[in-house]
Design a protein around this ligand. Structure first.
Ligand code: TNX
Length: 527
């Protein structure tokens, strides 16, 4: 009951005698407004249909995902049809006026009662968000994909919802260890359930080059063959990468590719000696610690490589963003560094992309207008951090917040098993409560909601080798971070209430149990 906001705005026609009993609802991230409404629960029956009211090319993917969830659990046919909903149907309504005021991009409304379910939005993204909320109103057992013995019910409810931040991201480092297309897609399924709408793929680092680049076959044929500790590595062909992008898009997840340059490039150097200053290709770098490598600042081949990589990634990526890396570049002069970042960001801009870079990129004052800086310092910034962030803002950009002491998914859990090999600890340890108890608009003075594009939770994979490891490190902490990115800001002077959040997160994790997700049973949650 505590999860519900009291409201007298139950929909027109409902008698306003006493407030309806509050349904037991637990959604992560917490929606903006959840109202218990008069009426009985919706019950899915044999004749129900999924009705698309709007452009089926836009709404089709959401309808199919919903059908894929409900058909095995109900045993019903649940045809997807176009037109107007009849009693008992689930309607997906896509129309300009349907979004909550001022929240066209991703807002949605959801209403359920005995007469049907109606999700409405102005965009496919909004419908997708509504579908993920509906999913969390259903019993966790639907996730198992097996026929259930009891009917599927949705409590009578009305939800109005939209995100606080437009950019709610996870990052997966597929360079330190390589992950198959199937593993990446499973991770996409999982993050989408939390309304994370961006997946930043870190496609190249010292330990491996993971994306096919035409004209540079050895990047992958040589540079893709290793990973940390010398494992087999791997890479995505451009076709496979396009497949990941499509898979993500159907789930309202935008892929942001990054081939990190001009530092962290050891794998590329092993493939092409002309990228080095001494003309000698080094042996592969397999220790977890960084290789300290750079593209030779005076190599024209390095410039040609950078341009080819950026143009091809831009062409492959329908999303608006291209991440140029730019972190931890040792051995460049400031002039060499800013020259390189201005070159690469100019190419990305020329390709029509919004540039994203690690915070170091703020060292340049000649970035494309609107360049996004990704902050990876701590929640208590240092002076240099402040200057770098101001540089992005001064150049018309905004900030993605990834404070490493709360948002880095590769940092150890304080209560990890004694024999755990997972995680680094330079910025941690970080538990579920710490990942929850910070605010992206309260890190830098004067950098509030309007300057913060959103949040990102990076998962670096020096110690992470499998989807099981990914799941263990990402969850449940990504649940905390998803809510920090989505749900309304706490009132000024107040903090998010972990005691309210934590049981709700436990309820969410029942769903992950059904899906056999290998999340960490953190000791700061009330199991
Ligand atoms: C820092 S933060 C890195 C990565 C490492 C990570 C390990 C940043 C831009 N770079 O290269 O993998 O720490 O936690």
């Amino acid at each position: 009951a505590a999860l519900l906001m009291a409201s007298a705005t139950a929909w027109a026609g409902a008698a306003l005698i006493a407030p309806p009993p509050a349904p037991a609802i637990a959604i992560v991230p917490q929606p903006v407004e959840v109202i218990g409404v008069r009426g009985d629960a919706f019950q899915l029956d044999r004749e129900a249909r999924i009705v698309i009211d709007g452009d089926p090319r836009e709404a089709g993917a959401v309808a199919r995902l919903l059908a894929d969830l409900l058909r095995p659990a109900s045993g019903f046919e649940l045809p997807i049809v176009r037109g107007e909903a009849e009693p008992g149907d689930i309607a997906l309504v896509l129309a300009a006026g349907e979004a909550p005021d001022g929240h066209v991009a991703e807002g949605y409304r959801l209403r359920a009662d005995e007469s049907g379910v109606r999700i409405s939005a102005a965009t496919a993204a909004g419908l997708s968000n509504g579908m993920q909320s509906l999913r969390q109103l259903l019993p966790a057992a639907v996730e198992r994909g097996l026929l259930l013995s009891s009917p599927l019910e949705v409590v009578a409810v009305e939800i109005t919802d939209y995100p606080r931040f437009a950019y709610r991201s996870a990052m997966l480092d597929v360079a330190r260890h390589f992950f198959s297309v199937a593993e990446v897609e499973r991770f996409i399924d999982e993050i989408a359930m939390l309304k994370i709408n961006t997946l930043h793929l870190h496609l190249a680092n010292d330990h491996g080059w993971r994306i096919e680049i035409e004209g540079w076959p050895l990047l992958t044929d040589v540079g893709g063959l290793y990973e940390v500790d010398g494992g087999p590595g791997g890479f995505y062909t451009q076709e496979e990468f396009a497949g990941i992008i499509d898979y993500a898009a159907e789930r309202n997840v935008t892929i942001v590719p990054e081939a990190n340059m001009p530092g962290h490039v050891h794998a590329a150097l092993t493939a092409y000696p002309e990228l080095t200053c001494n003309g000698v290709a080094p042996q592969p770098h397999t220790p977890a610690a960084g290789g300290g490598s750079t593209l030779c600042p005076t190599s024209v081949d390095a410039e040609r490589l950078a341009e080819d990589v950026i143009r091809q990634l831009a062409a492959l990526t329908p999303g608006p963003y291209l991440h140029l890396g730019g972190d931890e570049v040792f051995g460049y002069t400031e002039e060499e560094y800013t020259y390189f970042m201005e070159l690469t960001s100019g190419v990305a801009e020329d390709e029509g992309k919004t540039v994203v870079g690690w915070q170091e990129v703020g060292a340049s004052d000649a970035l494309p207008i609107g360049t996004i800086g990704q902050y990876w310092g701590s929640t208590v910034p240092e002076e240099l951090d402040v200057a770098l962030m101001e540089s992005f803002l001064d150049q018309g950009g905004a900030i993605v917040m990834s404070p490493s002491d709360v948002a880095y998914l590769d940092q150890v859990y304080p209560d990890r098993p004694a024999d755990s090999r997972l995680g680094l600890s330079w910025a941690g340890p970080t538990d579920v409560a710490e990942a929850y108890s910070w605010d992206p608009a309260r890190i830098f003075e004067g950098v509030g909601d309007d300057q913060v594009l959103g949040i990102e939770a990076p998962l670096w994979t020096e110690t992470i080798t499998s989807i099981d490891d990914i799941e263990f490190m990402a969850f449940p902490r990504l649940g905390s971070l998803a809510e920090v990115g989505w749900s309304p800001a706490p009132a000024s002077g107040e903090h998010r209430d972990f005691d309210e959040f934590s049981p709700r997160l436990v309820t969410f994790l029942e769903r992950f149990e059904e899906l056999d997700v290998n999340f960490h049973r953190s000791s700061d949650l009330p199991w």
